[in-house]
Design a binder for this molecule. Sequence first.
Ligand code: ZN
Length: 392
Amino acid sequence: MREAIILTGKLVTPHRILGKSYLRVKDGVIVEVSEGNPTGVPSSNVLNYGDLIVAPGFIDTHIHGYGGVDSNTGEAEHLLRMSKGLAKHGVTAFLPSTVTAPHEKLLSACRAVRDAVSGWEEGRARKEVPGARILGIHLEGPYVNPAKKGAQNPAYIREASTKEILDYLDAAGDLLKMVTLAPEVRGALEAISLLVSRGVVVSVGHTNATYEEALKAFAAGASRATHLFNAMRPIHHRDPGVVVAALESTDVFIELIVDFIHLHPATVRFAINHAGTWRTILISDAISAAGLPDGEYSLGGLKVIVRDGVARLESGALAGSTLTLDRAVRNVTSLGYTLPEVARMASLNPARNLRLVGLGDVRPGYRADLVMLDNDLRVVATIVDGEVVYER
Ligand SMILES: [Zn+2]
C-alpha cells in the first residue's frame, strides 16, 4: 500500500477553512483529514506544504484546448498533452469539449477520448500520472441555434438527430458526459430525453430559447446552462429568456467564464448572487491559444485572432478564451467570494453536476486531487491521485 502524509498551512474545502492540518493518503485516496500535526513518526512519504494553502484541485468541465492542441482533432495524444499542460494551472480533472463539426469528425473525437483515458490510466498504473484526469467528452453543438452561433462553424450546425446521438454514445461509451444544445432546435426535446436517460448531462447553450422554451428543456432533464449570458438570448424585462429561466431553476447549474472579458464583473456578481455558490460552475472555455502568446489560431475550421489574450473571429465575435481556471479563481476571489465558496465553484459543483464520484472535495474517501496555492492564489504544486504532477 502506498501511503503519504500531506502537511498544509491552511486547508480550504468547499465547506470550511482549517488552519495547520494534514491529510493522510493511501493509494491515491484521502483516508484522514485532521487539524494539527500527525502523531507519531510517519513512516510514509511526507509532502510538506506547511506554508501553503491546500485546496481541492480545479475541475474544468468546458475546455477546447490548451498549449497549441485542441480536443476536436481526434488525436488522443493531444488530450494527453492538455492533461499535462493544465496541471500547471491547478487543474486536476478536465472535460475536453468539441465544437460543431461534421458527424465523422465528432465520432473520431469521441473515440480519441477513449484512447486518451486508457493512455492516462496506463500512465497512472506505472506511477507516472501524466497530469489532469481526462473525464470524458463534452459535445458543444452541433445542435445549436445558428442565430446564436458564437464561434460555432455554421456550416455544420444541424437539427438534433437521435441516430447521430446513438452513434456518439456507441463511440464514446460512458465517456460521453455532456452535450450542449439549443432546446428550440427541431428534435432537441427528444434528444434531451435520450441523453438524460443514458446518464449524459444536457446543458442549454448557443440558444435563443425563450423563458418558456428553456423551462421545458429543464423539465425534460437539462441540468445546466452553457456559459450563461454568452451566445444566449439576453434578459429583457418583458422577455426574460433562458438566462432568467436558468437562474430561477434551483436544480440547474450555470457556467460562467470569469475572464472579465466575456462578462462584466457586475454581471458575474449578479449571476452568482442569484444562483448561489452551490450551483455556479467556473469554466475556462479555453482554446488551443491558452498558455501561448498572441497570434493566429483556429477553432473548428475558423480563423481565430488572439490579441492581448482575447480570442476573436475575424467578424469580431469572441471565440472561446485564453483563460485558465487558476486565473478564474483569482478573478472571482477579487469580487469578494470566500475561499470555500470559490472551491465550490471551481471544484465541487462541476463534480456534483457531472456526478463524478470521489472528486471535487477534500475529505476521506475522495481522491487526493489537490492544488497548492500561495497567498496570491498562484499555483505552486498540483497533486493527482496523491502524486505530484506539477511543481513550480
Ligand atoms: Zn465552448
